[in-house]
Design a protein around this ligand. Structure first.
Ligand code: COA
Ligand code: AMP
Length: 634
């Protein structure tokens, strides 16, 4: 562990020296004289007097230095059969054109642009175009429906929205434009323009003068291509909304300078990816994994990134990922454990794996949810390459714990994402805030200051940033995950300690789902809990108590509520089981005992808290939670 240990210790001993050195991986318009500004702690700022442009670092500088004809972006659509490679020069030309168009329609530096696009190259171009002109993008995942989109529009207050006529979800064509129109009908804030990418599978009706056709805007000659805006390292690059414990999503803010330095560092240290390497991150640009490792990081280091439209299975088969790896000579594949479980379910022997040339692949990286040892073993055995679990979150933007493959590959331990990444002082704290000894489970926290690239605040709400993350333990950031460190310093992440759940690697808020259920006129009380699921890791389950006098059919109500959640939050919520019950277990002070229900549903032995108001309620719920009841008993 020598190389890793030395680097890790150096990163914590003197962050100024350490990150000052790492900052040379980035081209600055004005090199920062100061590395860490702690004068406004706990609001730390990295490279406060540095100036740069993230798009310049992702594209222009590579073109200038001889990578113009090298592949930057490979679009691989398993749904339409499309393959399209953009060299660095081509991608730069497209991005500069789109950036010029955005400027031309009124987007100024600092303005927000909401991007609601499926997995098409235009999504990558849109993000980079915003970065180029200093606009702050906020990408909204396509699986979210109108209400969620409207909430993000009202919070970010975009000058423009970039969207598409449709997305292709497996065999389904999802009409995006009607969802956008519905969101704008709900939102108080209205953008100046909606820029729509028309796809041939389903064209959208454009309402002028608000709606503009992306292809027309990007036609050479329509607008002057934009040059790179000179940005302060501390200026916001993007806002990415993530689920908190309440129904209101949190707008995680990322800066330009710290982000570029940290991502470049992670590519070298964790992923071992640089110029000439191909990285395939099978996620979605709407999630942080997509932001960091489909879009920004591979391009920042001059590598090639694969943008994949499709699923791990069913588009058309469970060999889809292996086809991408062999066709494009992928060095590192990064996805969520769910995708591997889905592949294994269809192809347990790994026959489709064996039928492709996977010799280019050196590592499988997995993150987004807990990697169960069974899936780890299956993938490692079939692929014959290291399977590297790593743990991080939207807020951090890059791995907190990982096996540093580029620095010093360490032994892998099933069930552990390995060791803290340099820059992150990982501490497991007890309720009193004291660091716990190895083996003891507690709240996983990060000692401040967080390294570059991590969140700088919650958009428009510094108080919420402090209240959500920094107020539990003085001097520490609360990750929301529980776990422990072992004797060797390996971290074991046991799951969220709050009401955030993880469904198929998608982070969802049970609070948001509860808010939808509670809005139904027949519902008096409700709870949504996450229960273990073999494929998706967790699935949400709802329990509702009807208002007095409700005489309707419970099954019909349940179906109505399932449809309501899908309509309000989106298909991605995947809430399919809602039981109508007589009562919910509560403490005497009225707090719903979600953990008790979660434990019972998950088959975990649980002691019912002594503060419970009526223990009989739990007994009555047991058969429902363990699915032992017949529908008549519901
Ligand atoms: N736009 C519109 N709808 C979407 C969507 C998008 N971008 N992404 C998902 N959905 C829909 C799905 O079609 C599905 O709809 P359905 O209820 O009509 O079937 C629903 O949301 C739930 O999606 P999901 O939970 O992903 O289930 P799935 O059955 O479609 O796919 C997996 C299951 C395992 C194949 C899929 O979840 C997967 O590939 N996971 C990999 C993990 C991943 O990419 N994580 C991102 C963070 S790293
Ligand atoms: P997101 O912000 O969507 O990336 O989700 C972050 C959350 O996903 C974390 O707080 C964890 O609960 C969970 N998570 C991500 N990666 C892992 C991992 N490797 N092991 C366990 N949980 C993980």
């Amino acid at each position: 562990m020598g190389v890793y240990s030395d680097e890790y210790q150096a990163s914590l001993a003197d962050p100024n020296v350490f990150w000052g050195k790492q900052s040379s991986a980035v081209d600055w318009f004005s090199t920062p004289a100061q590395v860490l500004d702690d004068s406004r702690a706990p609001h730390y700022r990295w490279f406060p007097d540095g100036r740069l442009n993230t798009c310049y670092n992702a594209l222009d500088r590579h073109v200038i230095r001889g990578l113009a004809d090298e592949p930057a972006l490979i679009f691989h659509s398993a749904i339409t059969g499309t393959r399209r490679t953009y060299t660095y020069a081509e991608l730069l030309e497209r991005v500069a054109q789109l950036a010029g168009a955005l400027r031309g329609i009124g987007v100024a530096p600092g303005d927000r642009v909401v991007i609601y696009l499926p997995m098409v190259p235009e999504a990558v171009m849109a993000m980079l175009a915003c970065a180029r002109i200093g606009a702050v993008h906020s990408v909204v995942f396509g699986g979210f429906a109108a209400t969620e989109l409207a909430a993000r529009i009202d919070d970010a207050k975009p000058t423009a929205i970039i969207s598409a006529s449709c997305g292709l979800e497996g065999t389904r064509v999802v009409a995006y434009k009607p969802l956008l129109d519905a969101a704008l009908a709900k939102a108080a804030h209205q953008p100046l323009h909606c820029v729509i990418f028309q796809r041939e599978q389903l064209r959208a009706e454009l309402v002028e003068p608000r709606d503009l056709d992306l292809a027309v805007l990007m036609r050479p000659g329509s607008f002057e291509p934009a040059i790179c805006q000179d940005m302060a390292a501390t200026d916001p690059l993007y806002i990415l909304y993530t689920s908190g414990t309440t129904g209101k999503p949190k707008g995680i803010v990322r800066d330009h300078g710290g982000h570029a330095v940290a991502l470049a560092y992670s590519m070298r240290t964790v992923y071992d990816i640089g110029v000439g390497d191909v990285m395939f991150t099978a996620s979605d640009v709407g999630w942080v994994v997509g932001h960091s490792y489909i879009v920004y990081a591979p391009l920042l280091v001059g590598a090639t990134t694969v943008l994949y439209e499709g699923k791990p299975v069913g588009t058309p088969d469970a060999g889809a990922f292996w086809r991408v790896v062999s066709e494009h000579r992928v060095k590192a594949l990064f996805t969520a454990p769910t995708a591997i479980r889905a592949i294994r379910k269809v192809d347990p022997e790994g026959k489709l794996m064996a039928s492709h040339d996977l010799s280019s692949m050196e590592t499988l990286f997995l993150a987004g949810e807990r990697l169960d040892p069974d899936t780890f073993a299956w993938a490692a055995e079939r692929l014959g390459v290291p399977v590297v679990d790593h743990w991080w979150q939207t807020e951090t933007g890059w791995p907190i714990a990982a096996n540093p493959r580029g620095l010093e590959p360490l032994p892998l331990k099933p069930g552990s994402p390995s060791v803290p990444v340099p820059g992150f002082d990982v501490a497991v704290l007890g309720p009193d805030g004291a660091r716990l000894p190895p083996g003891q489970e507690g709240a996983i926290c990060l000692r401040l200051p967080l390294p570059p690239g991590t969140l700088t605040t919650v958009w428009g709400d510094d108080d919420r940033f402090v209240a959500s993350y920094l107020s539990a333990f003085d001097g520490y950031y609360l990750t929301g995950d529980g776990g422990y460190l072992d004797e060797d310093g390996y971290l074991f992440v046991m799951g969220r300690t709050d009401d955030v759940i993880n469904v198929a690697g998608h982070r969802l808020s049970t609070g948001a789902m509860e808010a939808v259920l509670a809005s139904h006129p027949a519902v008096a009380e409700c709870a949504v809990i996450g229960v273990a699921d073999q494929l998706k890791g967790q699935l949400p389950r709802g329990l509702v108590v009807t208002k007095e006098g409700f005489t309707g059919d419970a099954a019909a109500l349940s179906a109505e509520l399932v449809a309501l959640v899908r309509q309000e939050i989106g298909a991605v919520a995947a809430l399919r089981q809602i039981d109508v019950v007589a009562a919910l277990p509560k403490t005497r002070s009225g707090k719903i005992l979600r953990k008790t229900m979660r434990d019972i549903a998950g088959g975990t032995p649980t002691a019912v808290p002594s503060t419970i108001e009526d223990p009989a309620v739990v007994d009555a719920l047991r058969p429902v939670l363990t699915n032992q009841h017949t529908p008549a008993q519901r």
